[in-house]
Design a protein around this ligand. Structure first.
Ligand code: ASP
Length: 453
């Protein structure tokens, strides 16, 4: 049995929904279908989820919001009409949104959670309805009835382990099951959503629960690319990548597949297959436990901007017990999370996302570190990009660091920092943001051009 998930762009119009249904019907093993809310139809369009959030916020500000709500309802009605669904169903769509809006608003966060989830929920009902219209046995499945229990963290819910064995029952259900992505229920029966793009997570949880042979994730690109296509024109596609490699790549900016969504599939050893709804015969990318190392040490290059480093130096730091702990405790007391901490004998840098700081907090932190730790020097460097080269093959290959730093040197790029992760699956270079593109181009040239992938 396969679990198949379709993202928002795959469901944005009636035409797209027809493609989805054809894809599902072309393989009898495709039994559980997880759906997102309708996404953008063109780049300047709005996702339904974003419209619902905007609508909810206005309502909470006591605006009698009808414009955005009408826009949402019209989008569904347009799709329903394109598919030829019965008028009674379009009335149902309208009513179900109005019902959500009637919900108790005293807890504004929970109200917004329910409203956000209604995007996927309505879409699942719509798609089940269309399957039925085509004479196919299909059922909308409510996550509460199916037992998808999650933690009480709005917008960042985590699946509770007891969900898995409950969801296993879905495998004996007859027909094709249409399951809304993006949300589950807490023990009190209230709706909570996963983080944004969380329908990927739902699919992975279901694949684990029913012990699927594969989790197919349909999106709008042919494959996961070895590098960001907005930096390198038509980069090589990745055919196979391990969970660990994918995790490292998505951390540093690969957004094809939600990083949290790997965990449930990984735990059950279920391969994830990323495919394109608009080109379903393209081979796509398989995310697997182990792969053959055929194409050199590096499988992908990721990069992300918006980092800064707090550099701290103190003579004889290496002899001082607890220095690192105290430094991290200071960051913790400011509620900051850090990404990396490369260190030397007398110095240490803490790399963090810049958007957590402002000039006031920065001043306070610098003073605090100087006073508490008697540091000789503390400075913050802004505007850093992290470039990550990723590949399990780096463990066995000698000289990958040398090749990467030579490529960067040839491109005239100063490396601000190097960090080889303890996993040896990735290596990270910190460069100035202005050099991000040039650095990625140089590394791509070194590791991919002329290599068969
Ligand atoms: N519709 C939700 C979002 O836009 C979840 C998803 O599409 O996966 O974040």
């Amino acid at each position: 049995m396969k679990v198949v998930k379709f993202g928002g762009s795959s469901l944005s119009t009636g035409e797209q929904v027809k493609k989805v249904v054809d894809i599902v019907l072309s393989d009898p093993e495709r039994k559980i279908v997880v759906v997102s809310a309708p996404g953008k139809r063109h780049p300047s369009d709005e996702k339904i989820t974003d419209l619902l959030i905007a609508c909810g916020k206005k309502i909470l500000e006591h605006d009698s919001e009808t414009e955005i709500l009408n826009e949402v309802i019209q989008r569904y009605i347009l799709i329903a009409n394109e598919l030829g669904l019965h008028e009674s169903f379009t009335a149902e769509i309208r009513n179900s949104f109005l019902q959500v809006l009637q919900k108790d608003k005293s807890d504004s966060v929970m109200f917004l959670e329910a409203l956000k989830a209604s995007g996927e929920d309505t879409n699942a009902k719509l798609i089940a309805n269309y399957f039925q219209l085509r004479g196919i046995e299909a059922h909308y499945i409510n996550p509460k009835d199916a037992g998808l229990l999650v933690s009480n963290e709005p917008g960042n819910a985590q699946v509770l382990p007891e969900s898995y064995h409950r969801l296993a029952d879905l495998s004996s259900h007859s027909g094709i099951l249409i399951f809304p992505g993006f949300f589950g229920y807490n023990e009190q029966g209230e709706i909570l959503t996963f983080s944004r793009s969380g329908s990927d997570i739902t699919g992975s949880i279901l694949a684990n629960g029913v012990g699927a042979s594969v989790y197919e994730n349909f999106t709008d690109v042919d494959a996961v690319y070895s590098v960001n296509p907005s930096i390198i024109n038509q980069p090589k596609e990745i055919r196979e990548v391990t969970y660990r490699e994918m995790r490292e790549l998505s951390y540093a900016g690969f957004s094809v597949f939600h990083e949290e969504a790997l965990i449930p599939a990984y735990r059950a050893g279920i391969p994830v297959h990323v495919k394109n709804t608009n080109n379903p015969f393209a081979p796509g990318t398989r995310i697997v436990n182990e792969r053959e190392q055929r194409n050199g040490p590096v499988v992908g290059i990721a990069s992300d901007t918006g980092f800064c480093s707090i550099y701290v130096s103190k003579y004889l730091m290496n002899r001082e017990v607890g220095f690192g702990r105290k430094l991290l405790q200071i960051l913790e007391s400011f509620g900051l999370s850090y990404e990396h901490s490369p260190s030397g004998i007398d110095d240490i840098s803490i790399i963090l996302r810049e958007n957590q700081l402002n000039s006031e907090i920065e001043k306070q932190i610098i003073n605090y570190i100087k006073e508490e730790l008697h540091a000789d020097e503390v400075k913050v460097e802004h505007g850093l990009a992290l470039i990550m080269i990723v590949g399990e093959g780096m463990r066995q290959n000698v000289g990958t660091t040398a090749r990467a730093s030579k490529a960067l040197a040839h491109a005239g790029i100063n490396i601000e920092m190097i960090n080889q992760g303890s996993s040896e699956v990735s290596m990270m270079f910190g460069v100035k943001e202005v050099n991000e593109r040039k650095a990625v181009e140089a590394l791509y040239q070194e590791f991919f051009v002329g290599v068969l992938v």
